[in-house]
Design a protein around this ligand. Structure first.
Ligand SMILES: NC(=O)c1ccc[n+]([C@@H]2O[C@H](COP(=O)([O-])OP(=O)(O)OC[C@H]3O[C@@H](n4cnc5c(N)ncnc54)[C@H](OP(=O)(O)O)[C@@H]3O)[C@@H](O)[C@H]2O)c1
Length: 195
């Protein structure tokens, strides 16, 4: 089975954005050594529309993921500014019960049996994994399907905000894997789910 990986940015106190989910206060950290790491290790997680400005060549192969799953609210962040396929270099899935027609041929909507659909994607044979992009509600719905966490922590404390997982209280155990630190204070930790 390939992995469902929640690859997500958060504050030191574990919030993925302000109370409405806006994560733009952390954008200033996407620079220098850390930006180079993102460009080379995870280019497919950077929106296609930003590739030219980031110096990523068209056709750059994906390193870790060939599929992305996001919730409607996360997808809407791009859609509201006219971006219908933010990760056109990946297979894109958007979970939604309210949107009934996909705005883009590359985007497939998932309305029913989200967990079952994600399990089908995990069962596909591929050398690359599935990126759970977020947001909080979708990650909460899929928390028990998450096999790996890659948490990009920015050196900021929010005090309040949108949690990484919008779900109930249950202790779920993970094993710490590689940790990368960057000169601007960003820390990227990888954890594997204990099964
Ligand atoms: N820091 C980061 O790395 C990061 C990453 C991603 C997103 N974000 C932020 O997260 C925020 C959005 O998070 P959010 O929690 O508000 O929303 P979300 O998880 O992106 O989307 C929630 C929507 O997904 C659909 N959905 C959820 N569970 C479903 C299920 N079981 N079956 C079918 N559809 C389902 C529903 O759409 P319907 O209402 O249509 O049914 C629901 O309203 C954004 O502001 C974004 O900026 C941050």
């Amino acid at each position: 089975m390939r992995k469902l990986t929640y690859f997500v940015a958060c504050s030191i106190d574990g919030f993925i954005g302000d109370p409405k989910g806006d994560a733009s206060s952390a954008y200033g950290y996407v620079m220098g050594e850390y930006l180079e790491y993102m460009r080379t290790e995870y280019p497919e997680t950077l929106p296609a529309q930003a590739w030219p400005a980031l110096g990523i060549e068209p056709g750059t192969p994906s390193r870790r993921f060939d599929t992305v799953v996001q919730g409607l609210n996360s997808y809407k962040v791009g859609l509201d500014v006219g971006v219908t396929s933010p990760y056109s270099h990946l297979r894109e899935y958007v979970a939604t019960r309210s949107l009934t027609e996909s705005p883009d041929p590359n985007v497939e909507l998932i309305a029913d049996d989200l967990v079952g659909r994600v399990r089908e994607l995990k069962a596909e044979v591929s050398g690359l994994d599935i990126w759970l992009c977020g947001g909080s509600t979708l990650a909460g719905a899929l928390v028990d399907e998450v096999d790996e966490l890659i948490i990009k922590t920015y050196p900021q404390v929010y005090g309040a905000g949108m949690p990484m997982f919008g779900t109930d209280f249950t202790v779920r155990e993970f094993t710490l894997g590689p940790v990368r630190t960057f000169d601007n204070g960003v820390v990227v930790r990888t954890y594997t789910r204990k099964r």
